[in-house]
Design a protein around this ligand. Structure first.
Ligand code: PMP
Length: 285
């Protein structure tokens, strides 16, 4: 695989970042994951707008290559022959010469930029679309700025392990009695013709796929209600689903052992997935 590190395209085994990098020592970095379908980037503009916001919220300077990111994504997709897959992008506060809690001087410390591709043939035809996901709920013990897409992913990773240990596919996190989001996705249920999902705030990541799916809801003759909801309310729903750049729209068929819609994926989440994939393929760059 050819990867990109700080201005250079290199074979992955030659790519290097300092041991003093702020992301390595302090999770001081942000990332984006953009999916690739038919060799093209899905929702690219949305991902770059969120990246820009994550950087500015953390006062990380934009790297010199910021305006070339589309070109860099495209080049990696091309040289690695990706038809379906993902492009991972990470920008960190950089690698000062030592470990220090104080931010390094942005005049002298360049942000670190790393991009690599992940080849995922069949990404849009995942078997989970037919079976649906089993979800367990876990407490949300993450920090209070989940709207910033930092590389601080230990708890979400532990959450995924807790789900696997419980025989489920993923976890929804719960704070003060209400669902925040999935470990790496936004969470929804459908009751009647209404899609319910938590409103945007510092409590959840502002999903790029979430924004698109809510925009397309009208096309599926559905209404959207952005508000807090409990696990019990979702268990009582007709359908449930999650969204993310890598899973698109994925049905949920079980929450904490309670089956929804007879335990099989429902038609409305399927319709939303179809519209999302159609529309975003059309708009892909
Ligand atoms: N919430 C969390 C916590 C996530 O990690 C992700 C995926 N990175 C999402 C939601 C979904 O966001 P997007 O649709 O932009 O991939």
């Amino acid at each position: 695989r050819t990867v990109y590190v700080n201005g250079e395209y290199l074979p992955e085994h030659e790519a290097k970042v300092s041991i003093f990098d702020r992301a390595f020592l302090m999770a001081d970095g942000v990332y984006e994951v953009t999916s690739v379908l038919d060799g093209k980037l899905i929702d690219f503009g949305g991902h770059m707008a969120r990246l820009d916001r994550s950087l500015s919220e953390l006062d990380i300077r934009k790297p010199g290559c910021f305006d070339d990111l589309l070109e860099i994504h495209r080049e990696l997709v091309r040289v690695n022959g990706i038809d379906e897959g993902l492009v991972y992008l990470q920008i960190t506060r950089g690698s000062p010469g030592d470990r220090d809690f104080v931010f390094p001087d942005p005049e002298t410390t360049e942000p670190t930029v790393v991009l690599f591709t992940q080849n995922k043939p069949g990404l849009a035809q995942s078997p989970a679309v037919k079976t649906g996901l089993k979800i367990v709920s876990i407490p949300d013990v993450r920090w209070g700025r989940r709207d910033i897409k930092t590389v601080q992913l230990l708890y979400p990773s532990m959450g995924k392990m807790m789900a696997k240990a419980a025989g489920a596919d993923d976890a929804w996190m719960v704070m003060d009695g209400f669902v925040t989001e999935g470990t790496s996705n936004n969470a929804y249920f459908i009751k009647g013709n209404k899609i319910v999902t938590r409103a945007l705030s510092h409590d959840i990541l502002h999903g790029i796929t979430r924004a698109a799916v809510l925009r397309f809801a009208a096309e599926a003759q559905m209404e959207v209600e952005e508000r807090d909801f409990t696990v019990a309310e979702a268990q009582d729903a007709d359908e449930a689903f999650i969204t993310s750049a890598s899973a698109f729209v994925m049905p949920v068929v079980e929450i904490d052992g309670v089956a929804l819609g007879g335990g099989v994926p429902g038609p409305r989440a399927a319709r939303l997935r179809e519209i999302y994939l159609d529309e975003s393929r059309k708009a892909a760059v």
